[in-house]
Design a protein around this ligand. Sequence first.
Ligand code: TPP
Ligand code: MG
Length: 311
Amino acid sequence: MHYSMLLARRVDERSWILNRQGKAPFVISCQGQEAAQVGAVYGMRPGYDYLYPYYRDLAMTLFLGQSPREQLLSVMGKREDPNSGGRQMPGHFSARELNIVTASAPVGVQYPQATGTALAFKVRGEDGVVLVCGGEASTSGGDWHEAMNFAGIHDLPVVFLVQNNAYAISVPEKAQVAGSIAGRAQGYGFPGVEVDGMDVLAVYEAARGRSSGRGGGGPTLIEAKTYRITAHSSDDDDRRYREREEIEAWRLKDPIPRFERYLEEIGVLDAEAREEVDARIRAEVAEASRSAEEAPPPEPEDALGPVYAGR
Ligand SMILES: Cc1ncc(C[n+]2csc(CCOP(=O)(O)OP(=O)(O)O)c2C)c(N)n1
Ligand SMILES: [Mg+2]
């Protein structure tokens, strides 16, 4: 868990450097949300269960098996980008062999698609589970409610993970969300829990037995309370809508140092081991970046296909 969270953080940080160097046109971050992501995905069986991620779920896709190099190829829009060959914006993760299904750009469309996949598991009598993710603002759209209702009616094996990071670009939660997101599950006839999304073990506990598929049962809603440490994206100036002090206060709850303190307390990690892991990850990310930077861009004619079947 620690390795996965730290790897995601370092790949994310590297993406911003590439952006500032003019090599990556757009960056959208997972920073601050690594615990929510790793905790939820930890019990999944890669290539069997299905993930419908949203654009921040870098820590999930790395955990399931996409490499740092693949992520950085995508960030730089290179031809070898496994998500789309450089055709989609970064954050539109896709891996057929890992059952990671690409998202469309409109917020929230992944929810009904995920329930459809969960229905397929049920119809086939298979014990697969679907994990679908989004931010708190995605729960304001009709797609989320339709999917929640459908999952409740058919008792589908789907985990809805809402990563409530307090903002939808510049719109604060209080202007976006009525009542409690977790509490809405009751109205659709299945359990909903609110968890501390900065605590990887708390999220894991909430998702365990659900996202692993071994717990059986129907749908679950998890609202992970978290925070986006970076601006919405590399194109957003967050000084326009939030105070620096607020960010600094949340940084104290940063899920990675928090988990490190816990691991040190229980004697699993010490300062030396922590530095060794970080050095290993930094070297891995530096090499991935070097290799991805050298990879060729797409050819202009690559834009023409594959758009229609047969091309
Ligand atoms: C239907 C739709 N409306 C608006 C947008 C533009 N948009 C992209 S991300 C975003 C904010 C979503 O906020 P939230 O769901 O809380 O996720 P977060 O980015 O905070 O993780 C918006 C408004 C969009 N992509 N799709
Ligand atoms: Mg949000």
